[in-house]
Design a binder for this molecule. Structure first.
Ligand code: CA2
Length: 151
């Protein structure tokens, strides 16, 4: 199963600022944990991980993987609250999407309480720091596993 992992704007700065909100792990640490989880998985999982600070680039990356991705994990970061373009791109691909947040967006400022992405996602995982990513990956393997293992 091919899983596209997308990290949105400013997440390349993780671990350097606001550790009280986003944790001390860097994006490289999170990517390494995901790769280690995949290596230990009995399923045939391939991850492609992309970080971008640009909305249009995220839209393009999603579209470019339309024939490759069986599922998409995305932390849209600030675009969560603004981007109809990313929402449309995700719904066009037509594969399961899981929205990820490091922080609990509902325990923060009001403007973070609305997500344009949740309505096209299978589910949302947030509030667990880097562990949100592992939970989301586990959920995606759970969703895709039965269909893929039949192949
Ligand atoms: O909690 C999350 O994962 C967020 O998606 C993170 C976004 C924020 O806009 C969302 O509301 C919730 C912000 C990502 C910025 O990451 C930083 C990393 C290090 C230092 C400063 C920001």
């Amino acid at each position: 199963m091919n899983i596209l992992v997308l990290h949105g704007p400013n997440l390349h700065l993780l671990g350097r600022r606001q550790p009280e909100i986003y944790g001390v792990q860097t994006l490289q640490d999170i990517n390494k944990i995901l790769d280690q989880f995949v290596a230990a998985s009995p399923h045939d999982v391939v991850l492609k991980i992309v970080q971008s600070n640009h909305e249009g680039e995220i839209v393009s990356v999603i579209g470019d993987h339309i024939d490759w991705a069986d599922g998409i994990l995305i932390n849209p970061a600030a675009y969560t609250h603004t981007s109809i373009a990313i929402r449309d791109a995700l719904s066009t691909v037509g594969v399961p999407v899981i929205e990820i947040h490091l922080s609990n967006i509902y325990a923060r400022e009001e403007f973070r309480h609305h997500s344009y992405i949740s309505g096209v996602a299978e589910g949302v995982v947030g509030g667990f720091g880097a562990y949100s990513y592992i939970l989301a990956l586990q959920a995606m393997i759970h969703i895709l596993g039965p269909t893929m293992d039949d192949n």
